[in-house]
Design a protein around this ligand. Sequence first.
Ligand SMILES: *Cc1c(COP(=O)(O)O)cnc(C)c1O
Length: 370
Amino acid sequence: MNKPPIYVTQPSLPPLEEFIPYLEKIWENKILTNSGPMHQQLEDALAEYLGVNYVALFNNGTNALLTALQALDLTGEVITTPYSFIATANSIVWNGLTPVFSDIDPVSLNLDPSKVEEAITEKTTAIMPVHCYGNSCDVAAIQKIADKYGLKILYDAAHAFGVKDSGGSILRHGDLSVLSFHATKVFNTFEGGAIICHDKEMKVRIDRLKNFGIVDEMTISGAGINGKMSEVNAAFGLLQLNYIDAALEKRKNIDEIYSEKLNGVKGIKLVGKATGQESNYSYFPILIEGEYPLTRDELYEQLKGEGVFTRRYFYPLISDFSPYKVSSLFSLKNLLEARKITRRVLCLPIYPDLKIETAKEITSFIKGYE
Ligand SMILES: *Cc1c(COP(=O)(O)O)cnc(C)c1O
């Protein structure tokens, strides 16, 4: 029997014919990029959907991270997590800044605020936490530290589209938050991203920096990049927004099946969601513990044999990749929890079109090995 492979994610796409009228509009007005009408509409629609003040669209999340760091006018060291996608740290380096990796909390898998304080030096100017898997960081504790030491906070919120806490969108926390609309993310525009900011002045600053720093023909505000989202991507985002609530609902159903079927399985630990949070079910990470009959890598290989391609997000730690291993600043001895988790984690397939039956089958495989 030759079943199609099941990957950790699959992009959700709206009906193709619904995209045609958007393209016709673009063909009519011949505006392809540079903050055209689709771009403007999507910024407004996303600000409303997410419940945030300002959205600055980008051509990808990485350029949004680069520009967010630049807009905050930082120097020296930025404290961040080693347990994330490589772009988190790369964007710090691209700004000529030094990433300092601090350990994670073993329950939330986000930066542990109590360790952040130990990592602060006189060169530290910012903290860059990640809402890993869309689970909110301890935003109150992080804000407290930032206030005490006069640091900026930039959240890498690439996983956190649509996540809310009791006060509203978690994107309202910190100085800036960055989203990714990459094909593999909960809300995609093929490629894309955004910076969420709280005031008009910052929005203007970011809008200039993403357009080469251009203010007018005679004035450049800074060494900006080309981070602009095209009209085609923005139009696609507008169409995607019509389907996002249904997509989140389907993800929730998959999440419930996994949680129900894997809860209590010996050696399988589920990563809990932050309490009081409205999740986006972007990932379904499990931790493989000693009592489980297989190691994490053995389980990964076994499932691959069944045509189920899970992912070891996040392994290796960013601090273990060669560009980051060299300096003593990226000290290994302080990352004990991250080091344990990275060897045990496995992310199971979760996406709107994943069949409930398939999710159940995956849990049967996991329960069946001995
Ligand atoms: C996806 C991702 C990014 C990068 O976003 P792109 O849109 O792919 O450039 C950055 N940080 C994290 C945590 C991500 O998962």
